[in-house]
Ligand binder design. Sequence first.
Ligand SMILES: [Fe+2]
Length: 191
Amino acid sequence: MSERITREQAWKLLNDNVKGENYITHSMAVEAIMRGLAKRLAPDDVEYWGICGLLHDLDEETCPWREDLSTHGPTSARMLKDAGFDDEVMANAIMAHNPVCGKSPETTLEYAMIAADPMSGFIKAVAQIYPDKKLASVKKKSVTKRFKESRFAAGANRQYMMEIEKTGISFDEFVDISLAEMLEIADQIGL
Ligand SMILES: [Fe+2]
């Protein structure tokens, strides 16, 4: 395996390839949640799990996912490799957040990835229903309540979010961790 990508290198790679501000803030939110999950599940790999989250949508503006969703994930893996980072664990974690590409989650890291992605968007959607649209206003109770309303933020895949339970973390804890971690960077992600 080539050397591991650093946070700084990952940040540059992301910004070189993704220009949409919403994609960048989404990537940062998923990074934050992944770091929070790693603190519980893989304390020696907090930075690494965060980088997996940060890069999970690296190919967002490169691959033709609107026409062919199966290209989303494998394209990021190839981009990572082309940049000189031949990291199978990271490539698999990135691909596993989109099982449509043929890679299903099988490891703790991969279950965390597939769950963290929709959770970040879901929490953002909950924040946006408050008058101040601030993450600081969001209570866990409103997240769990809205989760049960299938029409609310319908794009946030509930089944994927529930995959977190395969890591041993309950859905309830997952909400706590995600809220706390996103709140830490609320200013940076416009929430
Ligand atoms: Fe994503």
